[in-house]
Design a protein around this ligand. Structure first.
Ligand SMILES: Cc1cc2nc3c(=O)[nH]c(=O)nc-3n(C[C@H](O)[C@H](O)[C@H](O)COP(=O)(O)OP(=O)(O)OC[C@H]3O[C@@H](n4cnc5c(N)ncnc54)[C@H](O)[C@@H]3O)c2cc1C
Length: 473
């Protein structure tokens, strides 16, 4: 435990790398870790099989990884954080075994979790979240299938469809909850990130060129397995996301479905560390309360990137740098005027780029009709097989916040610890019990990530375990 870092950065996406670069630039002893085999996070994920099909963001990722490698930060990859304590003890596991840190400051930059609103057949093999599809495409150059349907909401639809086409696959259809008008209304906000706008327009051109049918204002009603793949049934919806009962459904045959309904900030670390959180729908859900310099309400704890509100990769990198410089100020490595000089251009940039990010988060956000349309027999918590009907029955019996619901139904107690279903469950309860703020969010529990007892205890032989002698009667 000697030689502890001044600052430990949790997560090596753009926010974490930005934070580590800023902190090392000002001479702080910095360590950074990530469960991934390399830095870059979700958007700049490194590839095991170069080149990544058609993803320009690969170059930005390479530049960030090079900058991190050239810095004095100590990096720990393939390292999962499974516990953080209020005295700032952080426990992780990497291929060499257990690791423990006791830094003076922590920057939480653990990104986001994808939301999928359950529908009949969503757990069928061949149905992927967009994050899983992009991991396949970006880091392994593998297609989710030869003939895929891409569905959900927000910019990831075009990104994933384009990635599949660029990787040599076919997209049978795009099923988009939004209408054309909503996309047109997003253009002014996107002008603040002209590079992303150009990239998006290129994706759309390629989608048009490939003559992929786009079903606007539709959602997935059901997926049925067939002998040779999947049958995806699309239904028309209104602007609230609710099924239009008199509308005509369409059946599309495919061998995979990639679907996502937006992103929610990953806040398990900041919640476990006791920081205050607020619910901000347009930021994706519960986020830590921050001052304008990325400080949480806990002294020495900072947050940046998607884990502090969904604003996109540019904003994440910028927030990370502000957090790194602020740690240096708080540890008296620089004075207030130097801090101000360093962060002023970053604050200006953040205001510019986060406008587009927030608009995209809005496009991805679930609509109330999607929640009310979840059928009684549909499984919502897939780890514990809890259906909507069971959740409604618990609410009928008096469960009015989601932790009560958790104890009554085991919803959210499985291996994913509610990361997959938590946001949807909270929306179901909130619709009946008075809003998201009122129903709260799961209490975080360790282990933060799935790990085996073997990893935790190390190698042992049963014969070596001392057996206490029975007490005399
Ligand atoms: C499928 C998908 C595609 C996207 N495409 C785009 C895009 O094209 N453009 C754009 O601007 N934004 C995109 N986004 C959003 C984008 O990912 C983020 O805005 C950006 O990556 C946020 O950076 P971050 O550093 O906050 O988080 P991330 O990039 O998510 O990085 C967080 C890191 O924390 C690590 N981590 C989390 N928990 C633990 C733990 N317990 N132990 C160890 N490590 C941990 C993760 O492995 C991850 O590497 C996309 C998001 C998704 C899910």
């Amino acid at each position: 435990m000697n030689d502890q870092p001044d600052v430990l950065v949790l997560g090596a996406g753009p926010a974490g790398i930005g934070a580590a670069l800023a902190a090392t630039e000002l001479g702080l002893r910095t360590a950074i870790l990530d469960r991934a085999p390399d830095g870059g996070g979700q958007v700049y994920r490194s590839s095991l099989t170069l080149p990544q099909p058609g993803y320009k963001s690969a170059e930005k990722g390479i530049r960030l990884r090079q900058a991190l490698a050239a810095s004095s930060a100590k990096v720990f990859f393939d390292c999962r954080v499974w516990s953080v304590r209020r005295d700032f003890r952080v426990d992780g596991i990497d291929p060499e075994g257990k690791k423990t840190w006791k830094p003076k400051s922590i920057i939480a930059a653990i990104g986001t979790t994808e939301r999928v609103i359950p529908f009949s057949g969503w757990t069928t093999p061949g149905v992927y979240g967009h994050a899983a599809t992009t991991i396949l495409l970006k880091s392994q150059s593998i297609l989710p299938g030869n003939n895929s349907v891409v569905a959900g909401s927000g910019p990831l639809l075009a990104a994933v469809a384009y990635g599949i086409i660029a990787g040599g696959g076919n997209v049978a259809a795009i099923i988009d909850i939004a209408g054309r008008g909503e996309w047109l209304a997003s253009i002014p906000a996107l002008l603040s990130r002209s590079e992303d706008l150009r990239r998006g327009l290129k994706w759309i051109r390629e989608i048009r060129r490939a003559k992929i049918p786009i079903l606007y204002r539709h959602s997935v009603l059901a997926v049925n397995p067939r002998e040779d793949g999947l049958e995806v049934i699309a239904q028309p919806v209104d602007s609230n996301g609710q099924c239009i009962v008199s509308g005509q459904t369409q059946t599309i045959t495919a061998d995979s479905l990639s679907i996502g309904n937006g992103l929610t900030p990953s806040t398990e670390l900041t919640r476990l560390l006791g920081a205050e959180h607020v619910f901000v729908a347009e930021a994706g859900g519960w986020i830590p309360s921050l001052d304008s310099r990325q400080r949480t309400t806990i002294s020495g704890l900072y947050a940046a990137g998607d884990g502090a509100g969904i604003t996109g990769a540019d904003a994440a990198l910028t927030e990370g740098k502000i957090a790194g410089y602020t740690v240096a100020l708080d540890m008296n490595r620089i004075d207030a005027s130097e801090h101000e000089r360093l962060i002023s251009p970053l604050i200006a940039r953040l205001m510019k780029v986060s406008r587009a990010g927030r608009r995209m988060a809005q496009m991805m956000a679930p609509r109330p009709g999607q929640i009310s349309d979840i059928k009684p027999e549909t499984v919502v918590c897939r780890c514990e097989d809890i259906t909507r009907q069971e959740i409604d029955a618990a609410i009928d019996n008096g469960a009015s916040d989601i932790n009560q619901l958790k104890s009554w139904t085991r919803c959210g107690m499985g291996p994913c610890q509610g990361r997959t279903c938590g946001d949807v469950v909270a929306s179901i309860v909130a619709a009946r019990c008075g809003g998201r703020e009122k129903v709260g969010c799961w209490s975080p529990r360790i282990p933060l990530t799935a790990l085996s007892m073997d990893e935790l205890t190390g190698d042992f032989d049963y014969d070596d375990i001392p057996i206490p002698r029975a007490a005399p009667l």
